[in-house]
Design a binder for this molecule. Structure first.
Ligand SMILES: [Zn+2]
Length: 211
């Protein structure tokens, strides 16, 4: 039906309908986009939150696989181990080529404790026995430690739950004036810092909490 202004009602209605539909579509599209963003956000958040836990868990599992000989060491760790084939031996590597975690993997693979000593220009990997790292028996290393040419960065422990530094560990670093060092668990890959003075473990932890 034609109106006085020459327009057709049905045409008008169509246009209104069309506008309404396209608005609806736009709204719907917006909603979908918003949902997508939300989902993307959730995924990112979830990943971000889960990653530290997930990586801790995966380290623990891969250490277990190495211990049970279901998996082998990677090339880097294999090459580290090849240089210290015997207990109570050590080898020099380039600076920062060894990480705390490497010690955990080497221990999981061999059942021996390992230590990382570090100077200004080199890393030293020390292989102990299944119970200790008797670095104090090695005259050359002791001279370097006492001359403050190197320090004991980290050593591995077969501690499952809480990592417990022994009194020997504390006395050892105190004997050449080092204040603190780290221990990595060969079961979990977790790392703690311990101090020559056992009371400093508590104070320093509280410092971290208060920050
Ligand atoms: Zn120890």
């Amino acid at each position: 039906m034609a109106n006085l202004d020459g327009t057709d009602d049905s045409l008008k209605n169509d246009r209104i309908n069309h506008i309404a539909i396209s608005d609806c579509e736009k709204l719907l599209q917006k909603k979908v986009e918003a949902e997508k963003k939300k989902i993307r956000g959730l995924v990112i958040d979830k990943r971000g939150l889960a990653s530290p836990l997930a990586s801790e868990e995966s380290t623990q599992i891969s250490l277990q696989y190495i211990r049970e000989q279901r998996d082998g060491l990677n090339k880097h760790r294999e090459s580290l181990l090849n240089r210290v084939p015997k207990r109570e031996s050590w080898a020099i590597f380039s600076l920062n080529s060894i990480e705390d975690k490497d010690l955990a993997y080497l221990s999981a693979s061999t059942g021996d404790e390992f230590a990382l000593l570090r100077g200004k220009k080199q890393d030293i990997l020390y292989r102990g026995n299944s119970l200790h790292c008797h670095i104090e028996k090695d005259e050359l290393l002791m001279n370097l430690l006492e001359g403050h040419k190197i320090c004991l960065e980290c050593h591995s422990h077969p501690d499952y739950g809480t990592i417990v530094p022994s009194q020997d560990d504390r006395d050892f670093i105190a004997s050449f004036g080092q204040k603190s060092s780290r221990i990595v668990s060969s079961y979990t890959g977790k790392v703690i810092t311990f101090h020559a003075n056992r009371f400093d473990d508590l104070y320093k932890q509280e410092d971290v909490k208060n920050e």
